[in-house]
Write a protein that binds this ligand. Structure first.
Ligand SMILES: Cc1cc2nc3c(=O)[nH]c(=O)nc-3n(C[C@H](O)[C@H](O)[C@H](O)COP(=O)(O)OP(=O)(O)OC[C@H]3O[C@@H](n4cnc5c(N)ncnc54)[C@H](O)[C@@H]3O)c2cc1C
Ligand code: FES
Length: 277
């Protein structure tokens, strides 16, 4: 491990991981082992990759907030500790072929994964505008960087401590209309993704969302991370967000049914029995 730093309310860890850095594409995440060799915390914790750099053969940075014992352990790591991580995992964000205008919407640390997306979009000549939100000012991640990179940056906080008081979905329609957005990219809590998707659907523009379902294995084996997603054929399948996601077309995710197996999903009592593959 190379560096640990605090960024407002968040911790950022940079790890020398040339194999991951080399294959990284925006939207990928890593699975990090926590607790050390004797731990009872068996499952890896998933973190979106925030940044990769060519230094030391390739470094990977991720940003996190302390939520439970695994992230508390990570927050105590120091430079030169060894960290066990696998990646890059998941399916990255698809990028447009043409130089279109994209609004990137991030909630809390969800913004972290959007900066590599912004980079890749700008390399393709796309215009990038940011909408970042959180509960309070110290939990808005990456405001400065967004202001440097984005054509415009709109901040929202629920307590009004920075930017507009309210949620990203309150300002998103105005931003989409002002910049004449062609596409939306979003990462953040599930209710936010649902709201962002509803706005994009209203404007009839594509929306790509990166979901953060609970994950145990991160590699497609355990089915902890499934959520109902409508396929090209109109059939709902329970898909694994760790391998078929975490990035999905927003309008394909049945947000109202997340956490359940809808009656009409493939394999469920009311659904078909076609092969889910
Ligand atoms: C794709 C993805 C990207 C993410 N990116 C970020 C990020 O950039 N920054 C950030 O702060 N957080 C991120 N998260 C959330 C992060 O993974 C959690 O905050 C972290 O796992 C919490 O671990 P903990 O031990 O501190 O908390 P706890 O809540 O104590 O533990 C959560 C962990 O328990 C395990 N678990 C939960 N449910 C089950 C189950 N039913 N069966 C088996 N094991 C289970 C999982 O490994 C889970 O990660 C992301 C999550 C996903 C899925
Ligand atoms: S986390 Fe195990 S299948 Fe997705």
């Amino acid at each position: 491990m190379l560096t640990t730093r605090r960024v407002d309310a968040y911790h950022a860890l940079t790890v020398v991981a040339p194999g991951i850095a080399e294959r990284f594409r925006p939207g990928h995440f890593v699975g990090v082992a926590v607790g050390g060799a004797q731990t009872s915390m068996l499952t890896r914790r998933a973190f979106s990759v925030h940044d990769v750099k060519p230094d030391y053969g390739g470094t990977v940075e991720f940003v996190f907030t302390v939520r439970g014992p695994g992230t508390a352990w990570l927050a105590e790591r120091r430079a030169r500790d060894t960290l066990d991580l696998v990646g890059p995992l998941g399916r990255p964000f698809p990028l447009p072929r043409d130089p279109v205008t994209c609004v990137l919407v991030g909630g809390e640390y969800g913004s972290a994964t959007l900066f590599p997306v912004a980079d890749a979009l700008q390399q393709r000549g796309c215009r990038v505008d940011f909408v970042l939100g959180a509960i309070s000012a110290d939990r808005v991640f990456g405001a400065l960087r967004a202001r440097r990179m984005g054509e415009t940056t709109t901040l929202t906080t629920e307590d009004g401590s920075v930017g507009m008081r309210g949620r990203v979905t309150d300002v998103l329609p105005g931003v989409i209309a002002d910049v004449r957005a062609d596409a939306v990219y979003a990462c953040g809590p599930m209710p936010m993704l649902r709201g962002v998707t509803a706005v994009a659907v209203e404007f009839d523009i594509p929306v790509q969302v990166a979901v953060e379902e609970q994950m145990a294995c991160g590699t497609g084996v355990c089915m902890t991370c499934v959520l109902p997603v409508i396929g090209d054929d109109g059939v709902t399948r329970m898909v694994r967000s760790c391998v078929e996601g975490p990035v999905f077309r927003g309008e394909r995710v049945r947000f109202d049914d997340v956490g359940t197996i809808p009656f009409d999903a493939l394999g469920a009592p009311g659904g078909g029995t076609r092969n889910a593959g």
